[in-house]
Structure formats: C-alpha cells, structure tokens
Write a protein that binds this ligand. Structure first.
Ligand code: PRP
Length: 211
C-alpha cells in the first residue's frame, strides 16, 4: 500500500505539529528538531513526512507530490491554491497585523508605503480601507523598513509581539487571525478517501488531547 505523504514547513509550526501527531498516535521516532534530513518515515511506514519551505507547502499539495500539507493560513491567504482546506489545527496561532510607529494615523487621505512579505494581503487590506498604497515586497526582517525610512508601516506576522516591541513599533490594526491548517490534494482525497479521513480523524483526536 502506498504511504500518505505529508508536506510540512520546518520551524515553529513543525515542532508543534509533530507533537500533535504524536498525541494522535502518529510517531516519527527518528525526527529531531535539529536534524537536517528532509524525509522521515512514520514508525509503521504508512506516512512519509517531507520538509519543504513554508511558502512551497501548498504547491507540493496542489501538484500532487504530497497528499496532505500543514501550513499557516497566512500562506494560504497570500497565495491561494486549488486544494481542500479541511482542518484548523489551532497550533501556530498568531495575527497578521499592520504595524508602525505609535503616531502613525491611517485614513483615506493617506498615501502609504507598506513593506510586507505578504504583498497581496497588504494591498487588499488597504484597498478595502480605501487607502492608497505603494507596496514593497520584502523577504524578512520586515520590521526594519519603517526604522530606516523604507516604508511608513508593515503588514507582518505578530506572534509574541517581541520583535515589534524591541524595535519601538506597535500594532496599528489587525488584518487576519492565523493558525496552521491541514490541506489536502483534491485527486488524493478522491482516490485515498478512507485513509485521508482516518488520518484527519486521528489528528482530530490528537487535537483534543493537545489543546
Ligand atoms: C516572524 C515575523 C516577525 C516575527 C514575529 O519573522 O515576520 O518578524 O516572526 O514574531 P514575534 O511577534 O514573536 O516577535 P521570522 O522569525 O519568521 O523571521 P523573518 O523576519 O526572517 O521573516
């Protein structure tokens, strides 16, 4: 029997997700947080876990090499893919927020320069607010942009708020709630329905213990 392939991004979500899978009785005994290995087999060899860059998880699932993916809602909002989103895993909770200096005021008269790893989400958010923007796409350390005059504000993930605080920035307004989601390839769901439903049921039972 083919194994189910699960794509996951390494890092904060992965560590919590592996712990959640353990609660569900899905064990990857040779996984360690520090390992550089990219593929792990579940102890009964029925599930293959592959680690990919976070933004690539939905692509692996949409294209088919992975049947299932574990990915933050932020990535799904920025770049929607043709996949089923079947479960909120409740882990990896954070917010997408507009942040800047405390004195920043947002109104329809403003023309804002906004730096973000999420250019589409940022553009849509300000369009809905009737605020004109020039969006600058960055790939990391986004909080730096207002500090050195590259942007008036940012749209970024806020988890503990430490990065904003240590850089003298504050949340101006929230854009979206984020948590990890379980996504499924549409053809896999049609062809491996029973196994995928069992996997989801196991994860749900793990969630009850984990959360
Ligand atoms: C994320 C995010 C913020 C930070 C928020 O960055 O983009 O910078 O975490 O977390 P906090 O509210 O707990 O401080 P990440 O660590 O992924 O690094 P990056 O800046 O390279 O994107």
């Amino acid at each position: 029997m083919d194994c189910l392939t699960v794509a996951m991004a390494k890092g904060r979500i992965a560590n919590q997700a592996i712990a959640l899978l353990e609660e569900a009785g899905i064990l990857f005994s040779d996984f360690t947080v520090k390992s550089r290995k990219l593929i792990f087999m579940e102890d009964s060899n029925s599930i293959k876990l592959i680690f990919v860059k976070a933004v690539d998880v939905p692509t692996y699932v949409e294209q088919g090499p992975a049947d299932i993916g574990v990915i933050g809602k932020d990535v799904l909002l920025e770049d929607p893919k043709d996949v089923y989103e079947l479960l909120d895993l409740v882990i990896g909770k954070c917010k997408l927020s507009v942040a800047g200096y405390p004195e920043l005021e947002l109104n329809e008269l403003t023309q804002l320069t906004v730096a973000s790893k999420y250019p589409k989400i940022a553009k849509l958010h300000f369009e809905q607010r009737g605020i004109r923007t020039n969006i600058i796409e960055l790939n990391g350390s986004v909080e730096l942009a207002p500090l050195i005059g590259l942007a008036d504000c940012i749209v970024d993930i806020v988890e503990t708020g430490t990065t904003l605080k240590e850089n003298g920035l504050v949340v101006i307004e929230d854009v979206a709630e984020v948590s990890a989601r379980l996504i499924v390839n549409k053809a896999s769901y049609a062809m491996k329905t029973e196994r995928i439903q069992k996997f989801i049921a196991d994860v749900k039972s793990g969630l009850e213990v984990y959360s």
